[in-house]
Design a protein around this ligand. Structure first.
Ligand code: IPM
Ligand code: MG
Length: 359
């Protein structure tokens, strides 16, 4: 039976990079992949089309889909909208409405790009970290939240960082399961020296760890983790952390690999239904210029094939095709260096399809 994919390009470069992913998916379809693809607006595009960042029809579509491919959301023209109408709310709405609590953000260094990293090549060579970020809880969603006026008339802003044991338990299990399939080392990142919520987090992760005796579990404070990531990143195999810490650490880890334009992500619910997106944003400064790197989105398609559509071989073939294209010296502006052939978004997409065809 054909699977249903919701395609949400969103805003900015989201449109260009998703077009390249669609090119690839259409090629796979013409070679036998049974997939129905339906496009819908989200983010600023959702606001423009229906007056809100997550239009009802889009929500209906994603609920009945097997997987979702997302570009990026946001743009300067939406920055002055009331908070609940801003593009980011569309993204957060998708995560919470679909219960996508497990966010997988791999940071893998393609050997061909070692020179694009801001760290020395020997520090990042062979880098392969999986960050597991809790995505539907913590300070992003905690109540109460808001901006209120104090008795003296001064305003104060407040948010709530809260995690229940079951929320920690389920994300910890996802991380341990992934660690079992990789190097069997898991580092849980928290701030247990200051925060009660982290104290409980650490306790629950440790408890879950007793079900995974083969995994070597360690704990690290988030400030130290940030430092270790740039000092000696290869010490990490799998990291698991709260929503906000994961947001921050995954950007840092991404940069180790040379460009945030290379990294895909998967956000999964309890049944492996997933939303797949590049971890970079909508990059309004380069939107529409045809220079954005489509590889993070193309690699997100590979993750989708692996985690939601059970097409492991196709996933591997796509990842291999990306390697082939990099071997051939093709580079978008964000990863280019001397001696390489600089190409635009479309040429990069075409080259991946051609490599797939040849491989
Ligand atoms: C991310 C982004 C989002 C987040 C924003 C756009 C809401 O930074 O996916 O990392 O903070 O989660
Ligand atoms: Mg982020």
């Amino acid at each position: 039976m054909s699977k249903k994919l919701a395609v949400l390009p969103g805003d900015g470069i989201g449109i260009e990079i998703v077009a390249e992913a669609l090119k690839l998916l259409n090629y796979l379809k013409s070679n036998g992949l049974a997939l129905e693809m339906i496009e819908a607006p989200v983010g600023g595009a959702g606001y423009d089309a229906a007056g809100k960042p997550l239009p009802d029809e889009t929500l209906e579509l994603v609920k009945e889909s097997d997987a979702i491919l997302l570009g990026a959301v946001g743009g300067p023209q939406y920055e002055n909208l009331p908070r609940e109408l801003r593009p980011e709310r569309g993204l957060l709405g998708l995560r919470s409405e679909l219960g996508l609590f497990a966010n997988l953000r791999p940071a893998i260094l393609y050997p061909q790009l070692a020179d694009a990293s801001s760290l020395k090549a020997d520090v990042v060579a062979g880098l392969d970290i999986m960050i597991v970020r809790e995505l539907t809880g913590g300070i992003y969603f905690g109540e109460p939240r808001g901006i209120r006026e104090k008795d003296n008339g001064e305003r104060e802003g407040f948010n709530t960082l809260v995690y229940s044991e079951s929320e920690v338990d389920r994300i910890a299990r996802v991380a341990f399961d992934i660690a079992m399939k990789r190097g069997k080392r898991l580092c849980s990142v928290d701030k247990a020296n200051v925060l009660e919520v982290s104290e409980l987090w650490r306790e629950v992760v440790t408890r879950v760890g007793t079900d995974y005796p083969q995994v070597e579990l360690s704990h690290m404070y988030v400030d130290n983790a940030a430092m270790q990531l740039v000092k000696w990143p290869r010490q990490f195999d799998v990291m698991v952390t709260k929503n906000m810490f994961g947001d921050i650490l995954s950007d840092a880890a991404a940069m180790l690999t040379g460009s945030i334009g290379m990294l895909p992500s998967a956000s999964l619910d309890a049944n492996s239904k997933g939303m797949y997106e590049p971890i970079h944003g909508s990059a309004p400064d380069i939107a529409g210029k045809g220079v954005a790197n489509p590889l993070a989105t193309i690699l997100s398609v590979a993750m989708m094939l692996r985690y939601s559509l059970n097409e492991m071989q196709l996933a591997e073939r796509i990842e291999k095709a990306v390697g082939t294209v990099l071997d051939a010296g093709l580079r978008t502006a964000d990863i280019t260096s001397s001696g390489m052939q600089e190409v635009g978004t479309r040429e990069m997409g075409d080259a991946v399809v051609a490599a797939l065809q040849a491989g």
